[in-house]
Design a protein around this ligand. Structure first.
Ligand code: CUA
Length: 301
């Protein structure tokens, strides 16, 4: 958040820094006055102490009422103007991405039918609108380097726009406590060049290309298919993330581990050891079956 990488985040930083500077100045001033009063108070006699306070002294009225009022009202109007500018700027977008929060992962849907999870690709240098909903409890979508934070509230539809000035990976985080694995509900925004993004999203919408048929059978016949969809196979579960192009993702378990074969093996056989509380049950497989399944999932590109 203190290192904005796009116009929305820069706009927010432009509000945050003056607010912080003012708050620090006010804190220093008030603390200084308190110390001054404490030191001077010692020199007073008991009679002085019993004097009724003199209300309406110019210093109290100016510092305590007028200056405070001007500062608070000023920041209120400043933040209203910023909010309005952020809302207006989000109306002109080329792409709308639908994001749905689940305990504890993110479903990501693109207008061309592509469905992905946890890693949100978008074109760099372009404004993208996100429409946000939740499938269960309140989550909060926040990618600090790119834009503001907004809650995903059951039964409500919220919106937000993001823009990454340059290609890169931007880390985000669920920002509303949503259960045991709230802290591991990680967002990765991958800003591609526009050409790379177009190619990525077109491929993402296609059905899976199966390179390891033995693993596909295991996936379809074990409990995996009950929860996960892999378009182009018999797996059409709706509980967990869509894994159609899982092999193109950098991480697994909503960003908790890099997507390596070792991590995937452990995730399949004992997901609770990586992400306690996650809805995914352990799966018992022979070593050959596990190898085949890992090869199949890694090959989903
Ligand atoms: Cu989702 Cu915290």
């Amino acid at each position: 958040m203190v290192s904005p990488q796009g116009p929305a985040a820069r706009s927010i930083a432009g509000l945050f820094w003056p607010m912080l500077a003012t708050a620090v100045a006010v804190f220093a001033f008030v603390t200084g006055m308190l110390l001054l009063a404490a030191l001077r108070g010692r020199r007073k006699t008991e009679d002085d102490a019993r004097n009724t306070p003199r209300w309406g002294e110019p210093f109290i009225v100016i510092a305590g009422v007028v200056v405070s009022g001007v500062i608070l009202l000023g920041f209120f109007l400043f933040s209203l103007a910023k909010q309005q500018a952020l809302a207006d700027a989000g109306r002109r977008v080329r792409l709308v991405i639908h994001v749905i929060g689940h305990d504890w992962w993110w479903e990501v849907r693109y207008p061309n039918g592509a469905v992905s999870a946890n890693e949100i690709h978008m074109p760099a240098g372009q404004r993208v609108r996100l429409t946000l909903e939740t499938a269960d409890v309140i989550h909060s979508f926040w990618v600090p380097p790119l834009g503001p934070k907004i809650d995903m509230v059951p039964g409500m539809h919220n919106e937000l726009w993001l823009e990454a000035a340059k290609p890169g990976v931007y880390r985000g985080q669920c920002a509303e406590y949503c259960g045991l694995q709230h802290a591991n509900m990680i967002i990765r925004v991958v800003a591609d060049t526009p050409a790379d993004f177009d190619a990525w999203v077109a491929r993402e919408a296609e059905p899976a290309e199966v390179t390891a048929p033995a693993g596909r059978q295991i996936f379809e016949n074990q409990t995996c298919a009950g929860c996960h969809t892999i378009r182009g196979t018999a797996a059409a579960g709706k509980v967990g993330p869509d894994l159609t192009h899982f092999g193109r993702r950098d991480t697994l378990g909503a960003g908790v581990r890099p997507r390596t074969d070792e991590n995937l093996e452990r995730w399949i056989t004992d997901p609770q050891s990586i992400k306690p509380g996650v809805a995914m049950p352990p799966t018992t497989l022979s070593a050959d079956q596990l190898n085949a399944l890992v090869a199949f999932l890694g090959g989903l590109r």
